[in-house]
Design a protein around this ligand. Structure first.
Ligand SMILES: Cc1cc2nc3c(=O)[nH]c(=O)nc-3n(C[C@H](O)[C@H](O)[C@H](O)COP(=O)(O)OP(=O)(O)OC[C@H]3O[C@@H](n4cnc5c(N)ncnc54)[C@H](O)[C@@H]3O)c2cc1C
Length: 321
């Protein structure tokens, strides 16, 4: 089928730029582009602010020696983007099509928009454990958002699988409500920062179990326990818990981009140091890119870089018309 060149033929794209993902990267890109008067639509499938909205305390935040509340930081970025003129809508993007003069972005509910350029800033999603019981107990004891759900487990025991930064931060938050938090880490030691490990080992409600992994989630209607296996001895043990949080890693949320953009072997978007992908008019920003530093400051910086490249691309289109 002949692909339409809508910009040249009709000059009628809905927006100059559409941003997929309203985390730090997408918001910082949107704020920049709106400030220089481009029409920007930002779509997010859940809420605006990104992952940090569900994190109690953010460390390494520029301008603050002390940790800052994730929700406060995220809301500040959302307000800034709104004030700059970014139009925000909730919607899960399930397809992006690239034509020579325009992009088409389709949401799960059927809404579709066109733009001259797309910035993909959809971040990461938590990796599943891949053990029996995990699918069956979705919504019945599998925890996805600690800030939203911790209160449901007040006075009960829960398990956190994964002893990295995210696992320990979230285990410490759960320990404000739960009677006990089993932290289960397959490696012989935790990989969270020394400061976080110190807090974790000092917490009377955290029981840290390294060298063990969860092999099954058990229950009847709801989760009642996790079966763990010791890596050295092979011995299995049942821990009684009512909730389970999986924090065994994160993967780029790029399923809907397969076949459109170059992705690395983990699904991260391959982009150059100007944030450009191999498709003209599609740039990528934040955690969703192939990168080593996954931090708020890096995502904000990426967003600005993506916006600068976007601006140049949009200017070049104007000159062509
Ligand atoms: C528990 C935890 C603790 C952390 N602690 C720190 C810390 O202390 N300091 C620090 O600097 N960083 C920390 N981080 C990392 C930080 O949160 C990320 O680096 C940062 O949020 C990345 O920003 P982003 O905009 O790239 O992606 P995200 O913040 O992940 O935002 C992506 C957004 O895109 C949306 N989205 C995804 N797919 C679609 C789609 N198809 N359609 C529409 N919307 C979509 C998502 O809903 C999300 O809102 C932590 C992360 C976690 C999980």
């Amino acid at each position: 089928m002949q692909k339409p060149d809508l910009v040249k033929e009709t000059h009628s794209v809905d927006y100059d730029a559409i941003i997929v993902g309203g985390g730090p990267a997408g918001l910082s890109a949107g704020a920049h582009l709106s400030q220089v008067k481009y029409r920007v639509l930002l779509l997010d499938k859940e809420s605006f602010g990104g992952q940090i909205m569900n994190v109690e305390w953010i460390e390494d935040s520029p301008g603050s020696a002390a940790p800052v509340s994730g929700a406060v930081l995220g809301s500040g970025m959302v307000n800034e983007a709104e004030q700059c003129g970014v139009h925000m809508e909730l919607g899960e993007v399930v397809e992006i099509e690239s034509y020579s003069g325009c992009k088409s972005v389709r949401c799960a509910d059927g809404r579709a928009y066109t733009s001259s350029l797309v910035i993909v800033a959809g971040g990461l999603r938590a990796r599943q454990l891949g053990v029996p019981g995990e699918d069956r107990f979705q919504g019945k004891g599998m925890i996805h958002c600690t800030l939203c759900d911790a209160g449901l487990y007040a006075g009960q025991a829960v398990a956190v699988c994964g002893g990295g930064h995210a696992g320990i931060i979230e285990a410490l938050y759960l320990a404000n409500h739960a009677s006990k938090v089993h932290v289960i880490e397959a490696q012989p030691r935790l990989s969270a920062s020394a400061a976080l490990q110190e807090r974790a080992y000092a917490s009377p409600r955290l029981e840290i179990r390294c060298g063990e992994k969860v092999v099954e989630i058990v229950g009847d209607e709801f989760v009642t326990g996790v079966r763990v296996q010791n890596a050295a001895t092979g011995r299995k043990e049942l821990l009684n818990v009512s909730g389970v949080l999986a924090r065994v890693g994160f993967d780029p949320a790029t399923d809907y981009l397969e076949g459109l953009l170059s992705l690395d072997d983990r699904g991260g978007i391959v982009a150059n140091d100007r944030s450009e992908t191999d498709v003209p008019g599609i740039v990528a920003a934040g955690d969703i890119r192939t990168k080593s530093l996954r931090k708020v400051a890096a995502a904000v910086s990426d967003g600005k870089t993506a916006a600068m490249s976007a601006q140049q691309f949009l200017q070049s289109l104007k000159q062509e018309v």
